[in-house]
Write a protein that binds this ligand. Structure first.
Ligand SMILES: CC(C)(COP(=O)(O)OP(=O)(O)OC[C@H]1O[C@@H](n2cnc3c(N)ncnc32)[C@H](O)[C@@H]1OP(=O)(O)O)[C@@H](O)C(=O)NCCC(=O)NCCS
Length: 170
């Protein structure tokens, strides 16, 4: 399962991705914008764990973002359960060297289309921390709509902050 895009290739994580994963993921500016379960510093052991888990999943929901042959970012969906089973959360990150080239916008568009086609979904959503306008812009460009602000819903880096939620429905 691969998605060939103009700026990148989205493919399953695989053994051999670990060094570039460590190189690009171990960045405090990335960590500040993602969940605390995304490690910082990002060690080789973390990379081995992630590549093994994501790469061996029965149903692929996480892709490596490959640019010039190297895995320099990640994008995936988290399928929801119970009464939310027709919803999925989308998440993504990209190595800082590659920011500002439209890579993630294109990937979000492609993964959104792929997810709607592959699973019986009617809603895909994303949470964004209040200090991350670049990610809000990515979602807007990909057709997601701002739905609201979850006040003081996150404690990150010792600070209590708001999140905004964006979603696309079909
Ligand atoms: C957010 C992130 C995914 C964006 O990836 P990217 O490939 O650089 O995004 P794109 O180039 O497709 O688009 C970025 C857009 O944000 C805009 N942008 C960047 N910094 C901005 C800022 N400080 N304020 C407003 N807009 C900003 C860019 O100008 C661009 O919009 P444009 O095309 O209208 O000019 C990347 O910076 C990243 O990985 N950040 C850390 C992890 C993260 O935030 N993950 C998402 C958690 S919700």
């Amino acid at each position: 399962m691969e998605l060939r895009l103009k700026n990148s290739l989205l493919r399953r994580w695989r053994s051999g991705d670990e060094p570039s994963l460590v190189q690009h993921a171990s960045n405090r500016r990335i960590w500040l914008n993602v969940r605390d379960r995304f490690p910082y510093p990002y060690t080789m052991e973390d990379a081995r764990f992630w590549v093994q888990a994501a790469g061996s999943a029965e149903i692929i929901t996480n892709f490596a973002i490959v640019v010039d042959g190297e895995a320099v970012g990640g994008i995936g969906i988290l399928l929801q359960d119970d009464v939310h089973w027709r919803s999925a959360e989308i998440g993504y990150w990209l190595g800082e060297d590659y920011w500002g080239r439209g890579i993630v916008t294109e990937a979000v568009c492609a993964v959104t289309d792929w997810a709607f086609e592959s699973f019986d979904l009617c809603r895909i959503f994303a949470f964004v921390y209040e200090w991350n306008p670049a990610s809000m812009r990515v979602l807007e460009k990909a057709g997601y709509q701002f739905e609201g602000r979850l006040r003081k819903s996150v404690t990150k880096d010792g600070r209590i902050i708001d999140q905004v939620i964006y979603a696309i429905v079909r």
